[in-house]
Design a protein around this ligand. Structure first.
Ligand code: N01
Length: 553
């Protein structure tokens, strides 16, 4: 990277208005907004050879969205909504990838996306008020605005298990799945991890594997998805209710198309509560937690849901020892991202599936032939599937090697955990916007909703800057401090921090600071806060006019 203080740049005019890093949902929509609404010169840089982000990389068996298909798509355009038809209640990865290509083609986005181009560094040049971005193919780009659209769950977390490099079989991480697929037929497969991904993958792997051994460190709840094809009647109903769905999604704390019922767990009798949980179990999916308003707020209320779900595990899984390990859950229900499944617990009733508790007997090493536990027990396998999650929310941003004013690395600014304002801007990094960054509601929501909100807010902000001759926007340190405190308070008002092994806290990556990263105050509230900030002239941001900028140089 050029040193901002000393390097001479041949051209004084920035070649681009904006560089957007990533061509997932957020990068695609940001490009559309900046290019087609504001008329700016925007370029997307994308490491993959296609659009899709998460849905490009996560091609593991069983990969599908846990949001219902009609809500997991852009809402900003009726035309896009009406021209696309989902086939199932929960769309599979290939269908979502097709949808994203449909959107990219429809909006003619691909001509401004440079594929197979990985960003290796970005540095703010204070003298010229531009960002210089370098890429792995030797590319150099300069732009006024730097917008990261790298997703929250895109840096694979492969545990550094001693001996892994000696493994003679094949090892795969679910988030970096080979495009040609993996043939499990007749193979002995180890799956490490039982989060949302592992719970989706295990039943599908078990269908063809010779034997599947699931290595579970933290037992997890799951609710059946009850996935099914969408009938023509249901498709029509969803189409007729576009407006209503959109209204609900914008008003709920998590951006899903269902309301949380406004009643306490303790407003009803034990019998009535049981009946309600049974009904929610039949409805299936993430909606289970919406049965009462206090499930994620009050431990005693949560216990009722947790006990119901543990009972379900014990009733489904036939072997009592396996059932006991699966139901030995140490955190409140939904304090970790709650998985939903298609026959996950039933999978443990198959003859070719076994469960290993690596909480009581941890994995000690990978050997050339399999996995060895601390007790000395050996599990011979041909394939290891790491469903071990991601260096979430901060990993992909830090990896970009971003340097702000005076060469301050983002990694240094976030040494003790992420600090920003509204999840979108970091003091010391002017004109840089982090879409769905830590401190935003993002991962606690149905993602397209926070994505659209963040992109639209950034677009309005940039439009405001250009209209008013503002050269630079930067979060004030005190606004950032207040936001970080507010994010902490919002998390503490819930049971979310009680899941000590959660990636929300960075606990899944050794050495990562334990900071609750997403904003738990709810999407609707977040939207109001952001709108209010903008209405008050971007309160909490330092806005520098072009003249002041020139005088300062
Ligand atoms: O990852 P996770 P994921 N030894 O971090 C275990 C989203 N998603 O890929 O809990 C043994 O949740 C780890 O154990 P522990 C969704 O937001 C969305 O499943 O750390 N085990 C855990 O069991 C989700 O939350 C969809 O003790 C080890 C598992 O690996 C997020 O992605 C679909 C280990 C990791 O679970 C991440 O889910 C799927 C080790 N060394 C996922 N290291 C949609 O629907 C880790 N584990 C859109």
């Amino acid at each position: 990277m050029p040193n901002a203080a000393t390097s001479a740049h041949p051209t004084e005019t920035p070649a681009l208005d904006a560089i957007i890093i990533g061509a997932g949902l957020s990068g695609m929509y940001q490009l559309h907004c900046l290019r087609d609404r504001l008329g700016l010169r925007a370029q997307v840089l994308e490491a993959a050879d296609g659009v899709g982000g998460t849905w490009y990389w996560n091609r593991y068996p069983g990969a599908r969205c846990d949001s219902e298909s009609h809500s997991y798509c852009f809402q900003f355009s009726d035309e896009l909504l009406k021209e696309w038809e989902w086939s199932e209640r929960y769309p599979q990865q290939p269908e979502i990838l097709r949808y994203m290509n449909f959107v990219a083609d429809k909006l003619d986005l691909k001509r401004d996306i440079r594929f197979k181009t990985r960003v290796t560094g970005a540095e703010y040049d204070a003298a010229r008020n531009v960002w210089h971005v370098s890429t792995d193919d030797g590319g150099r780009f300069t732009a006024t605005y730097l917008i990261t659209a790298v997703g929250c769950l895109s840096t694979a977390n492969v545990p550094q298990i001693p001996g892994l490099e000696s493994f003679a079989g094949k090892a795969y991480h679910t988030g970096l799945w080979p495009h040609e697929g993996v043939d499990f037929r007749g193979k002995r497969v180890a799956q490490i991890g039982t989060g949302s991904t592992g719970i989706q993958a295990a039943p599908v792997i078990a269908e063809t594997a010779g034997h599947l051994t699931v290595f579970q460190r933290t037992a997890n709840y799951s609710v059946p998805a009850h996935n099914a094809p969408l009938s023509p009647e249901r498709k029509k109903e969803l189409m007729d209710r576009i407006e209503e769905t959109r209204r609900v999604m914008r008003s709920t704390p998590n951006g899903h198309p269902f309301q949380i019922v406004d009643r306490s767990v303790f407003d009803v009798s034990d019998e009535e509560r049981r009946r309600i949980y049974e009904k929610q179990w039949e409805v299936g999916g993430l909606q289970f937690r919406a049965a009462f308003r206090d499930i994620l707020l009050d431990k005693k209320a949560n216990d009722t849901a947790a006990e119901f779900l543990k009972d379900k595990i014990r009733s489904i899984v036939k072997d009592p020892k396996t059932a006991a390990i699966l139901a030995d859950i140490d955190h409140p229900y939904a304090a970790k991202r709650p998985p939903i499944d298609s026959h996950y617990f039933e999978t443990f009733n198959r003859d070719n599936v076994s469960l290993v508790d690596v909480r009581s007997d941890p994995i000690e090493a990978v050997t050339p032939t399999g996995i060895r536990l601390k007790s000395g027990a050996e599990h011979a396998v041909d394939i290891i599937v790491f469903a071990t999650g991601f260096d979430a929310m901060t990993g992909s941003l830090i990896k970009l090697n971003i340097k702000g004013r005076d060469g301050l690395p983002l990694a240094k600014a976030w040494e003790a955990g992420p600090r920003n304002y509204l999840g979108i801007q970091v003091s010391g990094f002017p004109n840089m916007f982090t879409l769905t960054g830590p401190g935003s509601p993002s991962v606690l929501c149905n993602m397209p909703v926070p994505i659209e909100q963040h992109v639209e807010w950034v677009t309005d902000c940039i439009a405001h800057m250009r209209k008013n001759g503002i050269a630079r926007i930067e979060a004030k340190p005190e606004a950032m401090d207040r936001w970080v405190a507010h994010v902490n308070d919002a998390a503490k008002a819930t049971l979310l921090p009680e899941a000590h092994h959660s990636w929300y806290l960075g606990a899944n990556v050794p050495g990562k600071p334990r900071v609750f990263m997403p904003y738990a105050g709810g999407m609707a509230r977040f939207r109001d806060i952001c709108n209010d900030v903008a209405a008050k002239g971007y309160e909490g941001f330092e806005l520098t006019g072009a003249e002041r900028q020139a005088a300062a140089e």
